[in-house]
Design a protein around this ligand. Structure first.
Ligand SMILES: NC(=O)c1ccc[n+]([C@@H]2O[C@H](COP(=O)([O-])OP(=O)(O)OC[C@H]3O[C@@H](n4cnc5c(N)ncnc54)[C@H](OP(=O)(O)O)[C@@H]3O)[C@@H](O)[C@H]2O)c1
Length: 280
């Protein structure tokens, strides 16, 4: 029997591409998105690949209680739910001193609490069927702090800690948990999905020149951002495995090396490299 995967944030980027790649590989995919008007691109790609019957749609805003409740009730109609891909997320930037608590909460509501709520809705079904996979989309920002990105970095670090606990708790029920840690890829997250704390956009901000250096660095690196299909293919690979023996799956140009160096290099050297590179 073909496995059923449910994915959050399927309207664009990794979520959209993973939906198509999974369907092409025989999975039944429930593509969820907060606005179903965004499903047209997926429908068109499904037609082109003749996989219309493999994809169905569900409205899901991971931060909305009613939306999660509706998801729970819909899940009871499915014969099985084998894979959950917690992909929905966005990036909030700004300097620690200038990001309001409300802005931090907004970031955590989606990237952490939304992911927890969706997982809690799905787990009872996976436990009953004695198996399943939960794949959480983290980031290199889940392992490394970057200046000007503390809301995103903190939310992804929290996601990593929560996922470690979850893995240890649900493994005895036959459920595998994995974390994907992409570097930078060409999706909407750095344009449409990126928000910046208002105070950090003011020219009068004490961090204004620091922000300029970061923007310059980001701009110069853009051409080397990876092809998001690579991440979609990794998702298919993980979904196709019998068992996920590893917890973490870093992906992207230089990501494994950077993570290794972060653990290896003393902090004072790491910090010097960062500041030198940003010219601050
Ligand atoms: N691209 C990268 O370089 C990169 C690197 C590391 C990690 N990631 C992670 O990859 C994941 C996917 O991002 P992406 O790069 O593919 O960016 P994207 O194209 O902006 O996709 C983000 C998706 O999340 C959805 N979303 C945001 N808030 C939501 C909510 N409250 N409820 C449901 N869906 C919501 C968006 O829906 P709307 O269309 O409604 O906004 C969109 O479908 C994120 O978790 C991100 O942190 C990305």
């Amino acid at each position: 029997m073909h496995k059923t995967a449910i994915i959050t944030g399927a309207s664009s980027g990794f979520g959209l591409l993973a939906t198509i790649e999974l369907a092409k590989n025989g999975f039944n995919v429930i593509a969820t998105m907060r606005n179903l008007k965004s499903k047209d691109t997926i429908i068109e790609l499904c037609k082109q690949n003749n996989i219309q019957s493999k994809v169905s749609f569900m409205q899901l805003d991971v931060t909305a209680k009613e939306s999660i409740e509706e998801l729970s009730s819909q899940l009871s109609n499915l014969p099985s739910i084998d894979i959950l891909i917690n992909n929905a997320g966005f990036a909030f930037g700004g300097f620690c001193e200038e990001v309001s608590i409300l802005e931090y909460k907004e970031q955590f509501n989606t990237n952490l609490f939304g992911l927890i709520a969706v997982t809690q809705a799905v787990l009872p079904y996976m436990r009953k069927q004695k198996g399943g996979k939960v794949i959480n989309m983290s980031s290199i920002s889940g392992k490394i702090g970057f200046p000007g990105l503390s809301p995103y970095v903190a939310s992804k670090h929290a996601l990593e800690g929560w996922s470690e606990c979850l893995r240890l708790e649900v493994k005895p029920f036959g459920i595998d948990v994995a974390i994907i840690e992409p570097g930078s890829f060409q999706t909407n997250i750095w344009t449409k999905g990126k928000k910046i704390a208002q105070k950090s956009t003011f020219p009068s901000s004490p961090y204004a020149s620091y922000m300029k250096s970061i923007e310059k660095e980001l701009e110069s690196g853009k051409s080397s951002y990876g092809d998001p299909t690579e991440v979609a293919k990794l998702i298919v690979e993980l979904c196709s495995k019998k068992e996920l023996t590893k917890l973490r799956y870093p992906i992207g140009k230089g990501v494994k090396l950077t993570l290794f160096l972060k653990n290896f290099i003393p902090w004072k050297v790491w910090e010097r490299i960062f500041h030198k590179r940003l010219n601050v």
